[in-house]
Design a protein around this ligand. Structure first.
Ligand code: UDP
Length: 468
């Protein structure tokens, strides 16, 4: 009888850092909510992702179950179980994601041996998990780790075929549901508007994911009511899929390590301390966990940073920076190559006053929470839409402009960086981001915050009013 009253949540994140991180933060949030005595959380992952998952959940009582990742998948090198290890994310995302379906039998076998599941939250990319939930008779909520505006705009662009007959890359077209927002072809990935045969593997995958999403019992957004009320309200009014704004998930209780025990400080954190002690401000530059940036673009960013004369910390993944750069910028810049940094800690450092970002949604949320204004440099996926949200709606960011060949030139980088770090525009953005940063913290305040209450309502809705 007792176990009937317990809430048991199953989480299944997609195997990509940008998807795992917010879902694991959701796990922490569930376990630290005041219902925590009644909640247990089981997280599914694969063997090679387990250390990252276990580290992120250290000090919690979450259970981790590993399922073998499919072997001998054509095109996927052996030993790759996370998208950031793929030789090319853009060309291998589809076979990698399709392959996850082979995990379904093991997943279902494990589920049948677990205590009764109250509901499951699984990544939107893992479309086949809906079938498992239906078979075993519990609700599935879908998680995309996104804000609410980007999918709303994307939906409208597709449904209304807004850009299908537009020739120019830069012609601005108003979105009918949100007429003050204008979209351009260059805001979307290249071949999105070409008519595709329904047998195109990428298109087929999207269709499967959308179908499974629409049959789910709700969708969780990593956002909060005060951040994008217009879009959350629109989603509630117009969609059957009920939205739940539970963010910012990065503000949930951190790991034990963050709460006390000091680890050895990394060289970059020490470098930031030195800058702070000298009264210098630093621009943080990072493009997420897996961006593919051309050699030419990396070179232009490097030369722009050099020209800007600002202090900067640049976290580079898998790219070469031109010879002599580090010597030329000397003390003014630090380049961290192919290392995993604690980005949240960097953004919270007192010396960090600006963030040149690729506009992954986690990065933007972390910047807003740390009250750091942003220079938006979207690269792929829905990042240009995220950039629109922070630049045009929230006014916490400025955006770099690309030349007609799509490359952002050094002069543009230098000018916008200087403006962000030293100019009037930078001051205005800082004032705005401070307001949203405070609202973000409020959203998760125990008992009163909107996201805290939304999570309570969600648990109540799916777990038969356990908390009342
Ligand atoms: N991140 C980090 N250290 C790194 C690289 C990335 O902590 O060295 C984190 C970052 O803080 C964010 C996530 O990885 O939480 C990246 O997600 P985002 O949505 O910003 O971009 P993606 O990598 O998915 O493109």
């Amino acid at each position: 009888m007792e176990s009937e009253k317990k809430v048991h949540v199953v989480l299944f994140p997609y195997m990509s850092k940008g998807h795992m991180i917010p879902m694991l933060q959701l796990a922490r949030l569930l376990l630290s909510h005041s219902f925590n005595k009644d909640i247990s959380v089981t997280v599914f992952t694969t063997p090679l992702n387990r250390p990252f998952v276990a580290d992120s959940l250290s000090g919690t009582k979450a259970t981790i179950i590993t399922l073998p990742f499919p072997k001998n998948v054509p095109e996927i090198p052996p030993g790759v179980e996370c998208t950031d290890k793929l030789p090319s994310i853009s060309s291998l995302y589809v076979p990698f994601t399709r392959a996850t379906k082979s995990m379904q039998p093991d997943f279902e076998r494990e589920l049948t041996s677990l205590p009764r599941v109250s509901f499951m939250v699984s990544d939107g990319f893992l479309w086949w998990t809906l079938e498992s939930a239906l078979k075993l008779g519990f609700p599935r909520l879908v998680f995309l780790g996104m804000n609410c505006m980007s999918p709303s705009i994307l939906d409208s662009v597709f449904k209304n075929q807004l850009l299908s007959n537009v020739k120019s890359e830069t012609e601005a077209v108003a979105v009918p549901e949100f007429p003050w927002i204008k979209v351009r072809k260059c805001d979307f990935v290249e071949d999105m508007f070409d008519t595709k045969p329904t047998t195109d593997p990428g298109f087929e995958l999207i269709l499967d994911q959308c179908a499974s999403m629409s049959q789910s019992q709700g969708i969780i957004f990593n956002t909060f009511d005060d951040l994008e009320p217009v879009f959350i309200d629109f989603y509630k009014r117009t969609r059957e899929l009920k939205p739940w704004a539970l963010g910012p998930l990065c503000l949930g209780k951190h790991s034990l390590e963050d709460e006390g025990a000091e680890k050895v400080k990394s060289v970059w954190m020490k470098w930031l301390d030195e800058k702070r002690d000298k009264g210098c401000y630093v621009l943080y530059v990072a493009f997420g966990s897996q961006s593919e940036i051309s050699r030419e673009q990396v070179e232009e960013i490097a030369l722009g940073l050099e020209e800007s004369k600002v202090n900067f910390l640049w976290v580079v993944k898998g790219s070469e920076i031109g010879k002599g750069f580090e010597e030329r910028v000397g003390e003014r810049g630090m380049v961290v190559k192919d290392e995993w940094v604690d980005q949240r800690k960097i953004l919270e450092h007192e010396s960090v006053r600006g963030f040149l970002s690729h506009c992954g949604w986690n990065s933007l949320m972390e910047s807003i929470c740390a009250e750091v204004p942003i220079l938006a440099f979207p690269v792929a996926a829905e990042q240009p839409l995220n950039a629109m949200l922070v630049v045009e709606e929230l006014r916490v960011a400025e955006r770099v402009a690309a030349a007609s060949d799509g490359v952002v030139r050094r002069g543009e980088v230098a000018e916008k960086v200087k403006e962000l770090m030293e100019g009037e525009k930078g001051k205005e953005l800082r004032r705005n981001v401070e307001v949203y940063g405070k609202k973000a913290k409020k959203a998760l305040e125990e008992g009163v915050g909107s996201s805290w209450k939304n999570l309570k309502n969600l648990i109540n809705e799916f777990c038969n009013n356990i908390g009342t």
